[in-house]
Write a protein that binds this ligand. Structure first.
Ligand code: SAM
Length: 228
């Protein structure tokens, strides 16, 4: 399967069955056990990253690009904490949901939500974040995405991906992530050394790392900072 097909498939998935599924997972309503486990794992990733941001004590000065923002699980708390947040996602439905959630919390113009493929994003941001998006793309395409995101990052790029070491576990369980007709959506794991090499080639050096593992959710997060 080539990259364009992957992208079309991902967009369609997150505008249809994937939207219904992930909106629930990234919400607080009733879900099944697998979804609850994924919700818990994802929240841990978000909380770890919020802790990193807060530890730096400069959130109010930051412009942050949340590429592949989903329903705003990270963008919204970042905006609430004072950062200026530009949120974009390839899925119109996810963006709409993100906007609604922000407005329901009294946030009007920040975050700014836009429907956009991360590879067409432009501008400069202090920090670019891309959480749990690269799982939808093969490593070669993910590398091009990382290079583009790095070109937007003045100071640092923070991304998360499913590490290849968990391959067997994930493959065994992947059917539970994407059951039924949506099963055609692939899930790709990446070798950390491949991701680090791409980051280094972009002049970024890994500073902080984290790993979230639950039964059904695996996410390795890297903060890569521009070298002086
Ligand atoms: N980053 C969010 C979070 O952690 O809450 C959402 C993660 S969700 C698993 C993956 C998201 O990536 C979906 O909302 C999907 O629409 C989006 N996405 C996938 N490919 C994308 C692309 N090429 N450009 C922008 N968004 C993309």
């Amino acid at each position: 399967m080539n990259g364009v097909d992957d992208k079309t498939e991902v967009r369609e998935y997150f505008n249809a069955t994937g939207f219904d599924r992930w909106k629930r997972i990234y919400g607080d309503g009733e879900v099944n056990k697998v979804q609850l486990d994924i919700r818990t794992g994802h929240q841990q990733t978000v909380d770890t990253l919020l802790d990193w941001f807060k530890a730096d004590e400069n959130l109010a000065d930051l412009t942050i690009c949340d590429a592949g923002c989903g329903v705003g699980s990270l963008s919204i708390p970042l905006a609430q904490a004072g950062a200026t947040v530009f949120s974009s996602d390839i899925s119109e439905k996810m963006v709409e949901e993100g906007k609604e959630r922000a407005i329901a919390l009294g946030l009007k113009d920040n975050p700014t939500f836009v429907v956009q493929d991360l590879e067409t994003l432009s501008g400069k941001y202090h920090t670019v974040v891309c959480l749990d998006v690269l799982i939808h793309y093969p490593t070669e395409q993910a590398a091009d995405m990382i290079k583009h995101l790095a070109s937007l990052a003045e100071n640092r790029l923070i991304l998360s991906f499913a590490p290849k070491t968990c391959l067997l576990v994930i493959l065994k369980r992947i059917g539970e992530f994407f059951p039924g007709p949506s099963k055609t959506t692939r899930a790709y794991q990446h070798r950390e050394k491949d991701i680090v090499k791409v980051l280094e080639d972009c002049g970024l050096k890994v500073k902080r790392t984290a790993m979230t593992s639950t039964k059904f959710y695996f996410s390795r997060m890297l903060e890569a900072v521009r070298e002086e």
